[in-house]
Design a protein around this ligand. Structure first.
Ligand code: SAH
Length: 382
């Protein structure tokens, strides 16, 4: 594979493996998974990418100024609130970077000020661009410090003139001084307020605040690995816990009797419900709740399940969740994890509750970045 240079290497904190051949990274990630999962099961393989560049479908840029007052956008330098200017990135979607560049260029003629974290003055804080890998739809989110957006119609018009491929533009208002990028209030400035993408032969609408895997090519590999591990025959009651916009459950629904999804983020649950409808998948239901609490309620209600998928955030699952799984007593559990450390921690709890890890696979969702994604199949001890 061709070696690529990046002027921001080691400064931006992103691609820490950029100076390493891709094959070697894959080996390191597999080793890491093997080391952490060793007490439980072996790791079959790691699935890498054929073309590991520009895979990120979601790009986030912080707006700022350099010392000369020129408008810049990029990432926070590690541990600071200083903006490192990044115009092109080897892992980000190229069209998204282009759109962010256009926005930077438009700001002066619209007299739009970028927000200054120290003084609290200024308007535009962040730009978020989401691109749909299959359909090509593009969402632009402008995160502003205040709701008042002078000449917003002309700004939208000017941006769309340069990039007619943008399908929706959203203003998100975040007036607080927090490390959260998005605020609660949103105004759709153009288009439907969401984008639609396709995964595993199904369509998915994605709202600005819903989680969506950032590497679409590898997401299909990940989901297929997980669904295969579940060994579905069409007769199973399946739980999709931490389900986001319902991707895993909807992708698996044709191979199950019924699917029950649970997710904490309200917007994601709304997307999930509409996604089931859009795909005419009738055997799935979604609930907005904490996954642990929901499972505990299910267990108390004498419900049952045959297979449980769980795909928690980096912090992993909880003892409460795993305890409820033990009561519900599914034959099989498929754990999808973006953090092998919390995965290993949770596997210890699963083992205590009667679930043995049998097989594991790694999928490289984040080339050049030291993150490792794993799928583990667990079975109930009889
Ligand atoms: N399976 C989905 C989402 C995985 S990301 C996909 O592949 O796209 C993890 C999801 O867990 C996020 O959508 C997040 O909002 C949700 N989440 C975080 N904490 C949760 C909790 N306590 N209960 C339920 N869902 C939670």
């Amino acid at each position: 594979m061709e070696k690529m240079e990046c002027p921001h290497f080691k400064k931006c904190g992103g691609c820490m493996y950029l100076d390493m051949p891709y094959e070697k990274q894959l080996m390191i990630k597999k080793k890491e998974a093997e080391t952490l999962l060793k007490p439980y099961c072996s790791v079959h393989s790691i699935a890498g990418m054929e073309n590991p560049w520009h895979y990120r479908n979601k790009v986030h840029a912080v707006m700022g100024r350099d010392r000369k007052g020129k408008i810049i956008s990029g990432v926070y330098m590690e541990g600071t609130h200083k903006v490192l200017p990044v115009e092109d990135c080897l892992i980000e979607n190229e069209k998204a970077d282009e759109i962010i560049g256009t926005i930077r260029g438009l700001l002066p003629s619209f007299k739009m000020k970028v927000y200054d974290e120290d003084t609290g003055y200024g308007f535009l804080r962040h730009v978020l661009v989401r691109t749909a890998h299959v359909t090509g739809e593009i969402m632009v989110v402008l995160v502003t410090a205040s709701p008042v957006f002078p000449s917003k119609n002309n700004f939208v018009k000017a941006l769309r003139q340069v990039h007619p491929e943008i399908t929706t533009i959203i203003q998100n208002v975040n007036g607080r001084s927090t490390s959260m990028v998005l605020g609660d209030k949103e105004h759709v400035l153009y288009g439907p307020g969401f984008i639609v993408d396709e995964l595993c032969g199904k369509k998915f609408r994605i709202s600005s605040k819903s989680f969506y895997q950032v590497n679409s090519v590898q997401t299909e590999v990940l989901y297929e690995t997980a669904i295969r591990a579940a060994g579905l025959t069409g007769k199973e009651t399946v739980i999709d816990a931490y389900c986001g916009i319902g991707t895993i459950g909807i992708a698996a629904a044709d191979r199950a009797k019924e699917v029950i999804g649970v997710e904490l983020n309200r917007d994601a649950v709304r997307d999930a419900v509409l996604n089931a409808k859009m795909n005419q998948v009738k055997n799935v239901r979604f609930y907005c709740n904490d996954a642990g609490r929901f499972m505990t309620q299910m267990a108390a209600g004498k419900a049952s399940a045959d297979v449980v998928f769980l795909d928690p955030p980096r912090s992993g699952s909880t003892e409460e969740f795993i305890q409820a799984v033990a009561v519900l007593s599914p034959r099989r559990v498929v754990y999808i994890s973006c953090n092998p450390e919390t995965l290993a921690r949770d596997l210890a709890v699963f083992r205590k509750k009667g679930y043995q890890a049998k097989e594991a696979w790694a999928v490289d969702m984040f080339p050049w970045v030291p993150h490792c994604e794993c799928v583990v199949k667990l079975e109930r001890r009889s």
